[in-house]
Design a protein around this ligand. Structure first.
Ligand SMILES: [Fe+2]
Length: 286
């Protein structure tokens, strides 16, 4: 390890385990665009921590929210190019790809049709969408559906941190049954956001309603280090095949703009969150 390099905060993982951690589809590594990395130095530190944990590729997904984070495509792509240049110069071999995390706003479909939105790795297929933490807007299903009509699949980020979804899982499952995908934040499985989020994250994975695990890292400390344990936890919960899908295969496919096989929402007889009977098998997704 070079002088000045942060010591890896991960246990010594086997080669196979490290391979699970190759792609992180949600991060705030671009400096100065949102509440993520505050400087290029911090972004570089994040890249080093990610590599130390076995992450080889990170999709840079700064917040985009009208009036708060007005990041357009050009701004994000320029910031990514600057970061890539610095990483290259420092011989830090983390590959950074473009993306964004869009606040759910009613005109997202119109903005997409005008070519204003940045999909994951600019492939035009998958879009990260963030709902408010406390409620689910009335227009949610319509906006997600109108995006899908244009051939883009919305990925709902950290549903386990939404107060409505955690209280009533069926509200979330409805959106997944209609074709949305979902991403769990690694720290949720480690209790970083409390017991409710932890329990919801596990339930969503077990029900087949969560398709990715990502760091949603905002700094070099605090979130990236949860990736390793979260992925192991997913494999424990789901078994090797389904766990690998969430941990490795789906992220690989999404950055290549490929179709994600969502699988089925498993029927559940009862839950403390109420009865629900969604059963969707291999719903076709854009
Ligand atoms: Fe985020």
């Amino acid at each position: 390890m070079e002088a000045g390099e942060p010591s890896p905060c991960f246990s010594r993982a086997s080669y196979e385990e490290r391979c699970l951690l190759m792609i992180d589809i949600h991060s705030h590594i671009l400096p100065g665009l949102d509440d993520g990395a505050a400087s290029m130095e911090e972004a570089v530190a994040m890249a080093r921590f990610a590599l130390a944990g076995g992450i080889r590729c990170m999709v840079a997904t700064p917040h985009v929210k009208k009036g708060k984070y007005d990041n357009d495509r050009e701004k994000i792509v320029d910031a990514m190019a600057s970061l890539r240049k610095v990483l290259l110069k420092k011989e830090i071999r983390l590959f950074v790809m473009p993306g964004a995390e869009y606040s759910l706003e009613p005109d997202l479909p119109q903005r997409f049709s005008r070519g204003e939105l940045l999909t994951i790795n600019n492939k035009g297929r998958h879009l990260l969408v963030e709902l408010p933490a406390e409620f689910v807007p009335d227009y949610t299903a319509t906006v997600l559906y109108d995006l899908q009509l244009q051939g883009v699949t919305p990925i709902i980020v950290h549903p386990e941190r939404n107060a409505v979804f955690t209280r009533d899982h069926s509200r979330f499952y409805e959106l997944v049954a209609r074709g949305a995908l979902a991403q769990i934040t690694a720290g949720s499985l480690g209790g970083l956001f409390g017991r409710t989020s932890d329990a919801a994250a596990r339930a969503f994975l077990e029900q087949g309603c969560a398709h990715f695990i990502a760091s949603d890292a905002h700094a070099s400390t605090g979130r990236i280090q949860y990736m390793e344990t979260a992925i192991k936890e997913a494999v424990n919960l789901l078994g090797n095949e389904a766990g690998m899908k969430v941990a490795k295969e789906n992220p690989q496919r999404v950055v290549q703009g490929e179709h994600i096989e969502a699988g089925e929402i498993k029927k559940r007889q009862s839950s403390r969150n109420g009865l629900f009977h969604f059963f969707r098998k291999n719903a076709n997704r854009a």
